[in-house]
Every structure is written in C-alpha cells, then in structure tokens.
Design a protein around this ligand. Structure first.
Ligand SMILES: Nc1ncnc2c1ncn2[C@@H]1O[C@H](COP(=O)(O)OP(=O)(O)O)[C@@H](O)[C@H]1O
Ligand SMILES: Cc1cn([C@H]2C[C@H](O)[C@@H](COP(=O)(O)OP(=O)(O)O)O2)c(=O)[nH]c1=O
Length: 678
C-alpha cells in the first residue's frame, strides 16, 4: 500500500516533475497523432474501400517501421549528443512536421511526415529514458517508471475523447472559421498535437538538471532480443502459456486498432465516432483492471487469464458481425475489459511466479515481441481487408454487408479464442474442477484457492493420519531417503514449526486448556498454518526444496471439521485463506484404526489425544473421504503394516513425481562440456 505514496514522492523532485509533465503532454500528442493521421488517411482516400484500407494501413506501417529498422542505431546516436538539446530539437522538429500535415494535406505527405516524426522519436525516447535515472533517486526509480507507464497509456482515453471533440470542432468550425474551410476535419486535432510538442520543447528547454551524457544507452536489435528471449523463456510451461496468451491478446487488439477507422466508416460513423471507439478500448481496459478483477476475485488467476482472452475473442467476432455503432461501442468496452484483465494478470503472474533469473528476460522478451506482433498484425490487417474488399450478401429482402474489415475482425476473434484455450490448457491449476463451477462460485463471491503447489519449483508432500499412525516415523525416513539422493529437503510439522507456532502449539495441546471453543481451536490451528506456510513452506518451495510436513490442512478438516463437527466448508475456507490456497502435490495418508494408533502412544495424552474413541473414528473417516475425493493427489497406505513396507510404498509413489535432481541450468552447462572418456 506504500506504492501511491512513493509515487507521489517522486513528483516532489522538481526536475523530474517537469520532465514528467513534458512526457505526459507528449504522450497525449502521440495518441492524438495516431488517431488524427489514420483518420486523415481514410478521409483523403474516400470512395474506394480498398484504397482506404491500404491508406490507413500505410500510416501504421510508417509509424512502426522506423523503430524496428533503425531503433538500435538511433539509441547509439542519441547517446553521443547533449540530451537536453536532443530532446528540445526533437520537439521543435515534431512541432514543425505535424503542423505542416494539415497545411499540405496530401496522403503522400502524411506518410513522409509520419516517418519523419517517428525518426525524431527515436532520438527523443532514449534520451528521455536515459535522463529519468539522473533526476530521481535510485530507490524511487521504480515508482518513476510506473508513473511513466501510467501517462503513456493513461493519456490514450483522454486523447481519444479530445480527438472526438476536436473532430466535431473540425466539422462544424469549417463554416464559422474561414481559415479551417479548406482543411480536413482532423486539422484541429493535428494543430493541438503539434502544440503539445511545442509545450514539451519549452518545458525541456527550461529544465536545467539534465547532465549531458552519463552511461551508455544499450539498445540491442529487436530481432536479436526476440530470438534470444525465446531460448530462455520458451522452456517454461507457465511462461509459455502466459506469453502465448498475451501476444494473442495483443494481436487481436492490433487487428481492432488496424481496421477500426474503416469499420467505423462502414458503420456510418465519422471521425468523432472513431475517437469514441478508440477511447472505448481504453475505458474498457481500465474497467477490467480495476472493477472486473475485483468482481472475479475468487477465480483462479491462471484460469481467468485464459478465460478473459477467449471471451475477448468471442466479443470480437460479435463486433465484426453486428453492424450497429452503439452496440459496437459497448462491445468494445467489454473487449477492452477482457484485454485489461488478461494484461494485468499476465504481468502480475510474471512478477510473482516466474523465477528471478527468468523474470527480466520474460519482460523484455514480451515487450520486444509485442512490438513485432503489432507491426505484423497491423501490416497484414489492412491489406487483407483491402484484398477482400467490400461485399454485400442478399438474404431474402435483407442485405448484409460483409467487408474486409469484418473478415479481419473475425479472424482476430477466432485467433484470440484459440490462443485463450491454449493458455487455459497450459496454465490450468485446477484440473478436474469444472470451469463453470469455478466461475459461478467466483461471481457469488466465494473464494477458491489461488495457487496450487503444482507450479512452484519445489515439491510439497504432506503426511496425514490419526494419532500414533506412524506419520513422524515415516516422514523422517522419507526425508532421510531423499537427502541421500541429493535433494534439499525441509522436514517440518504442524502445529508449532515457527516461533509464533510454538506458542500456539502450547495453547492448543495443553491438556489443561479445556475451555477452548471449537471455533477458536480451528482459528488457532489456521493461524499456526498461515505462519508455517509463509515463513517455512512457501520460501522453501520457491527455492526449489522438497518440503515434507507432518500434518497440514487435512488435519484441520478431519479434527476440527469432522471431529468437532464444525461446518467443513467454513474450515476449508479459513484454511484456504490462511495458506493462500497452497495445496500439496501429494498427501500420504497413513490409515490406522484409532484403537491401534492410540495404544502405540506413550506418555501422557494431550488435549486431543484424550478425546473419546468416537471422535477419533470420525477423524479417520474424514481423512479417508478426503483422499477418496482426489485420488490423484493422495496415497493411502495401511498403517498396521510393518514400517519398512510402508516406507517402500511411499517411496514408490514419491519417485513418480520427483523432479530431476540436477537443475536444468546446470544440465545446460554440462551439456556443452566435452565428454570426458576413460
Ligand atoms: N507401522 C508401524 N507399526 C507398528 N508401530 C509403529 C509403526 N509406525 C510407527 N510405529 C510406532 O508407533 C508410535 C507412534 O508413531 P509416530 O510415528 O510417532 O506416529 P504419529 O506421528 O503419527 O503420531 C512410535 O512408537 C512408533 O515407533
Ligand atoms: C495440524 C492439526 C493438528 N491437530 C491435532 C492433532 C494432534 O492431536 C495434535 C498434533 O499433535 P502432535 O503431538 O504433533 O501429534 P501427532 O504426533 O499425532 O502428529 O493436533 C488438529 O486437531 N488440527 C490440526 O489442524
């Protein structure tokens, strides 16, 4: 919760505040620029559907090609010049070029000017990126970056609405203001756009705190980043699912952005409507990120990720087929919401669950691939739309329009559906639980476990059973066996494996503590468990260790749920919350009749051991029921057999799920070594 405060602190640095203001103004200008130029390209080529599609596509290509072709080169150049002067000159150049577009007003000039502006951007952006670390203290750099991201995308909906308003001014103002009369309706938007660069130029010029040069700006080629990135991240199943999903969402989004202008024209909308549709995507994204995610809080994040992309695909197909502007705008908000949910989950999952060594590469891989994907999609979308052309189908007396832009949207939608399903398959953490059941529960606000242990690097095994069933004996033997094979093993137990846990254990097992209510007993065990998971189990699993615990959640379900007759759903819920939904890969249930187990115990009986026999019988029955419900995650052994026999049975089962004892990275290294013979 400290993030907003820290972000605000960054802005307390006057020089950074000035730079940030300049960036915000420029971002607004950049978005206006995309909207106005694509709209203008469409307007300049009215009449012929094919020409219009190609013209709009041309603008997108002109916008992206310089970065892909010349990006690394410009980074190196930008590094050699005075940064403040570079930015200032670039701003002035952008101002002049953009201003000239409505004055000249030909399509050729739109393309040339776009390329020019983008080439200038290649200098402005790296100079800005390199300056930020000079203006803010190191520990606030992340907040600064977050703020940058916020204005980069946050300015889009504002620009879209501004564009819609300015287009109306352009339309109506022509009759009132003589100087606008010969110009396109997009002219006011372009004037404001050029003004934004002028304001930025002024802000930068008066910013004295920028050192001339400091440290190299490294900008490796995009293609190299993509190829190398995949080599690192492609091997991890979770990352693969995430990347496929996020790129799919990006591609589908690219298809929409690419053909939006043409489609809006076909629906009878003007430039203002184009602005509204564009803005709807971003409004939807914001809604998805803030509202949608909260609404579906209970759903597994991995499932929601795939689901959001699949839904986006279906919505996209609907957008393509329903020819009604207001409905299309509403569906576009929904589409944006799905995309927003997918993006935010993707980013958080990478941040939370991808190992440290992979995370940076995954982010940079994603960024570079997203750019290439967008370029490819936009480059293909419009020519494809043009190739297909405009068609009208007769259905009896009804005529149905199906143009190239509809086709592109349908293809984009189908692609998103396929990718969404693929991501669901790759990442599902609740196999065996139906998606609809999960979804209904989530909408009702019931919380489902957020994380199964399946995706952590380590292995998590729990031993369960009644009193004296042999859990302590077997978990010790198994830990020794695994250590012998070279595994890093953490052997632990409940209750009482943490500092707080030890005090809780004293309360819980003290035979004198007779007055404890069933609910507080359940909560104390859950509290011990929460501490255990957070301080011991989860850190060990993330390190890649094998964790063996003597008792876990099932003990609470059996003792407090069945034994004390609390509502099992309640016990399950508090434990899911306490553990963050961490479920063992394998639970070994040593099933022993209480009559046998209780007689094995030496010493004085503790509070629970001294419960009557029926209590222990209920406990045993519940353990068996839990195991029967998920046979894939349980091994049930007969505790009356000899200890060696039990150990062997347990070893056989654990062997099946053991990870490779040699980490993959070291295998990669040894794989490149020359073999030593003799
Ligand atoms: N399979 C078995 N057969 C007979 N006695 C056993 C077996 N496993 C363990 N014991 C004995 O039973 C007692 C309780 O075992 P323990 O492993 O501490 O059980 P728990 O941890 O489940 O309470 C110990 O004295 C142990 O030596
Ligand atoms: C972990 C857990 C233990 N218990 C009870 C079962 C045991 O009687 C006691 C744990 O004591 P312990 O001495 O560790 O018993 P054992 O050797 O049988 O594992 O706490 C619960 O009732 N609920 C729980 O969630």
């Amino acid at each position: 919760m400290t993030a907003p405060r820290r972000a605000a602190n960054v802005l307390a640095h006057a020089p950074f505040r000035r730079l940030w203001t300049a960036m915000s103004v420029c971002s607004l200008g950049d978005w206006l620029n995309i909207l106005a130029l694509t709209a203008l390209a469409g307007n300049l080529n009215q009449g012929d559907y094919r020409m219009q599609s190609l013209a709009v596509g041309g603008v997108f290509i002109a916008k992206m090609l310089p970065a892909v072709l010349l990006g690394p080169l410009a980074g190196v150049f930008a590094d050699r010049f005075d940064r403040r002067l570079t930015m200032f000159t670039a701003d002035l150049a952008r101002f002049a070029v953009v201003l000239s577009i409505p004055l000249i007003g030909t399509y050729q000039w739109v393309i040339v000017a776009t390329v020019l502006v983008e080439c200038v951007n290649l200098f402005w952006v790296p100079a800005k990126d390199a300056t930020v670390p000079n203006l803010v203290p190191k520990d606030q750099l992340e907040s600064a970056n977050r703020l940058n991201l916020l204005v980069t995308y946050g300015s889009a909906p504002i620009a879209a609405l501004l564009f819609a308003a300015l287009s109306l001014v352009g339309d109506m103002g022509r009759s009132v203001l003589p100087f606008l009369s010969g110009m396109d309706p997009t002219a006011p938007a372009l004037f404001v756009n050029s003004l934004a660069y002028l304001v930025s130029a002024f802000l930068i010029f008066t910013l004295r705190g920028i050192p001339k040069r400091d440290g190299a700006i490294s900008a490796p080629s995009v293609l190299k980043q993509v190829v190398e990135g995949w080599r690192f991240v492609g091997g991890n199943r979770l990352v693969r699912g995430l990347i496929i999903g996020m790129l799919g969402a990006f591609a589908a989004g690219g298809a929409v952005v690419g053909v939006a202008k043409i489609y809006v024209v076909a629906l009878g909308g003007g430039d203002a409507a184009y602005g509204v549709v564009f803005g709807a995507v971003f409004v939807g994204m914001a809604l998805g990120m803030f509202v949608g995610l909260r609404l579906l809080q209970g759903l597994s994040r991995r499932r929601l990720f795939g689901l959001a992309i699949t839904t986006a695909g279906v919505v996209l197909v609907a957008i393509a087929l329903i020819h009604n502007l207001p409905i299309v705008v509403m569906l576009t908000v929904l589409l944006g919401a799905c995309a927003g949910i997918a993006w935010i989950i993707g980013y958080t999952l990478i941040g939370l669950e991808v190992e440290d060594t992979l995370r940076g590469r995954t982010f940079s891989f994603l960024q570079s691939t997203a750019r290439v994907t967008l370029l490819l999609v936009v480059a293909v979308a419009n020519p494809l739309a043009a190739l297909f052309g405009a068609h009208q189908f007769g259905l009896g007396t009804l005529a149905y329009q199906f143009d190239g832009s509809n086709l592109v949207l349908v293809i984009g939608g189908v692609l998103a559906v396929v990718v969404g399903i693929l991501a669901l398959r790759h990442m599902d953490d609740r196999k065996g639980v139906s998606l609809s059941a999960d979804l209904i529960a989530a909408v009702r606000g019931e919380r489902y476990p957020a994380e199964a242990a399946e995706h952590v690097p380590g292995l998590f095994v729990a031993f369960e059973g009644g009193e004296g069933s042999g859990k302590t004996t077997q978990s010790r033997l198994i830990a020794i066996w695994l250590r012998d094979q070279g595994y890093d093993v953490v052997q632990t137990r409940e209750p009482g494996s943490t500092k707080i846990g030890m005090r809780l254990r004293a309360i819980l097992l003290d035979a004198a503590e007779r007055g404890l209510s069933a609910r507080s007993e359940a909560l104390l065990y859950a509290a011990d468990r929460a501490e255990h998971v957070e301080k011991v189990i989860r850190p060990a699993l993330y390190r890649g260790s094998l964790v063996i615990t003597d008792r876990y959640v099932d003990s609470s379900l059996a003792y407090q749920g069945a034994g004390r007759a609390l509502d099992p759903a309640d016990v399950s819920r508090i434990n899911a919350w306490a553990t963050g939904g961490l479920v063992p890969h394998l639970t070994v249930l040593i099933d022993t009749p209480p009559e046998v187990g209780l007689t094995r115990l030496g010493g004085a009986a503790d509070r629970i051991e001294s419960e009557p026999l029926e209590f222990h019988q209920r406990v045993r029955k519940e353990f068996r029921a839990l195991a029967a419900a998920h046979p894939d995650r349980y091994l049930v052994v007969d505790g009356t057999m000899a200890p060696e026999v039990l150990t062997r049975q347990i070893q056989d089962r654990i062997r099946e799920i053991l990870p490779d004892p040699v980490p993959r990275e070291s295998e990669d290294i040894t794989g490149t070594m020359p073999a030593i013979r003799d």
